[in-house]
Ligand binder design. Structure first.
Ligand code: APR
Ligand code: PHB
Length: 389
C-alpha cells in the first residue's frame, strides 16, 4: 500500500491532522492500536483555547462545538478565605470554550467517516517505522494476523506518550526533559449540576481541587491525591467530603453530589522531547510532550503542533521543503511556553510533600497578588486563553 502521509495513532492529534490534510487533497492512512470505542472512552480535559476552536472550525469540525460548547469568559481562583474571578475578556480579550476532548474526537471520527478518506485502521499491532532518515520511509504492522506495509513520503507519530514513534528517533539525536510531580489528580465524573457556571481552581491547605464540567447536568471534579492511591481507596462519600473541604465556602455549601459515573487517578508530569522531527518522521501532541492538566493545555498544544505541521506538509507535498525544516523549532517555541505556564500554575496550587508553612504563605501571597494586580491577571489570562500560533 502507498500513501503520502502515514499517521501512527488515531487520537485527537492524528485525526485532526488527517482531516486537515484530506481537505488539502493529501492522501493519508491512520493506524490505531485500539478499537474506536476505547479511544472514545478516555476522559480528558475539556477546555479549548480560541485558537483551537478556530482550527477545528477551519477543519470543518466546528458545528457541534459551536452549538454545544460553553463559552467561558472567566474562571475562579481560590485559596483559604479568598476567592475571586479572573475575567478573560477583560484581561486577555478572548474567552475559552468548554467542550470535552471526547466530543472533539467523536466529531473528528464522524468527519473521517463522512469523507472519502481511507477509514482509520484499528487493531494494528507491532507498528514499526523504517527508513525515517531516508527519503523513502515505510511503516510495517500486523492486523488480523496479516503483515502489512505502507510506503509513504512522511510518517507522523501521533501515538501519545507510550507510542513507538518517539522511540524510533535514535537516543543520540533525541533529548528528553522531564519533571514528575509527587502527586496525582483523582477525577470524578457525575451526573449532577456543576457547582458553578465557571471553573474553580482551589488551593487549600489540604491540597488542590478543581471544579469543572461538561454540561448543565454533568460535572467533572478533581482533588490532588497521593500518586500511590488507587481509585478504590476513594469511595464516593470520601471524595465528596474532601472536595467540600477544599472548595471555597460558598461553593462547598451549594455542591450537589451524586454517584460517580467515572473515577480515575492520573499522575502529573511535564515531559518534552526535542527535536520533534527526525528526517521524514515528525512527532505531534502527547508523543512529543506532556504537561500537567492544571492549565488544560494538553489538547491545545496538540492542536498547535498540527497547525505548524499541516502547513509544512501541505507546502512539502507541493514541493516546498522550508516549512518542514522549521516545524520542530516553531512547535517547540510554543510548547515550552505552555510547559512553563502549566508548571507555574501547578506549583502555585498544589501541596508538596516537603512543603513548609513558608511555601503555603508564598502561594497565598502570590494568589493575593493575582487577585489585586491587573498586570498579574493579564499574565495569567493570556496564557490560559492560549498564546497565539
Ligand atoms: N500503534 C498505533 N497506535 C498507537 C500506538 C502504536 N504503537 N501507541 C499508541 N497508539 C494510539 C493510542 O491508542 C491513542 O489512541 O495513539 C493514540 C494517541 O492518542 P492520545 O494519547 O490521545 O494523544 P494525542 O492524540 O496526541 O492527544 C493529545 O491532549 O489533552 C491531551 O493527553 C491528552 O490525549 C490528549 C492529548
Ligand atoms: C476538565 O474539565 O477535565 C479539566 C478542566 C480544566 C483543567 C483540567 C481538566 O485545567
Amino acid at each position: 500500500m502507498r500513501t503520502q502521509v502515514c499517521i501512527v495513532g488515531g487520537g485527537p492529534s492524528g485525526l485532526l491532522l488527517g482531516q486537515i490534510l484530506h481537505r488539502a487533497g493529501i492522501d493519508t492512512r491512520i493506524l490505531e492500536r485500539r478499537p474506536r470505542a476505547h479511544v472514545l472512552s478516555r476522559i480528558r480535559a475539556g477546555v479549548l483555547e480560541g485558537g483551537t476552536v478556530d482550527m477545528l472550525r477551519r477543519a470543518g469540525v466546528g458545528d457541534r462545538l459551536a452549538r454545544e460548547g460553553f463559552v467561558h469568559t472567566g474562571t475562579r481562583v481560590a485559596s483559604r478565605d479568598r476567592a475571586f474571578r479572573i475575567d478573560f475578556a477583560e484581561s486577555a480579550g478572548k474567552p475559552v470554550t468548554v467542550y470535552g476532548q471526547t466530543e472533539v474526537t467523536q466529531d473528528l471520527y464522524d468527519a473521517r467517516d463522512a469523507s472519502d478518506a481511507a477509514p482509520v485502521i484499528h487493531g494494528v499491532e507491532g507498528v514499526t517505522i523504517h527508513g525515517a532518515d531516508t527519503d523513502v520511509p515505510h511503516v510495517t504492522y500486523d492486523a488480523g494476523g496479516t503483515a502489512h506495509r505502507i510506503d509513504c513520503d512522511w510518517v507522523v507519530g501521533c501515538d501519545g506518550f507510550h507510542g513507538v514513534s518517539r522511540r524510533t528517533i535514535p537516543e543520540a539525536v533525541r533529548t528528553e526533559v522531564e519533571r514528575v510531580y509527587p502527586f496525582g489528580w483523582l477525577g470524578v465524573l457525575s451526573e449532577t449540576p456543576p457547582v458553578d457556571h465557571e471553573l474553580i481552581y482551589a488551593n487549600s491547605p489540604r491540597g488542590f481541587a478543581l471544579a469543572s464540567m461538561r454540561n448543565e447536568n454533568l460535572s467533572r471534579y478533581y482533588v490532588q491525591a497521593p500518586v500511590t492511591d488507587r481509585a478504590e481507596d476513594w469511595p464516593d462519600d470520601r471524595f465528596w467530603d474532601e472536595l467540600r473541604r477544599r472548595l471555597p465556602a460558598d461553593a462547598a455549601e451549594t455542591l450537589v453530589t451524586g454517584p460517580s459515573i467515572e473515577k480515575s487517578l492520573a499522575p502529573l508530569r511535564s515531559f518534552i522531547c526535542e527535536p520533534m522531527r527526525w528526517g521524514r518522521l515528525c512527532l505531534v501532541g502527547d508523543a512529543a510532550h506532556i504537561v500537567p492538566p492544571t492549565g488544560a493545555k494538553g489538547l491545545n498544544l496538540a492542536v498547535s503542533d498540527v497547525h505548524y505541521l499541516s502547513e509544512g506538509l501541505i507546502a512539502a507535498c507541493g514541493g516546498e521543503a522550508e516549512g518542514m525544516d522549521r516545524y520542530s523549532d516553531r512547535a517547540l517555541a510554543r510548547v515550552w511556553k505552555a510547559v512553563r505556564y502549566s508548571w507555574w500554575f501547578t506549583t502555585l496550587m498544589h501541596r508538596y510533600p516537603d512543603d513548609t508553612a513558608f511555601h503555603q504563605k508564598m502561594q497565598e501571597a502570590e494568589i493575593a497578588y493575582l487577585d489585586g494586580s491587573p498586570a498579574a491577571r493579564t499574565v495569567f489570562a493570556e496564557n490560559y486563553v492560549g498564546l497565539p500560533f
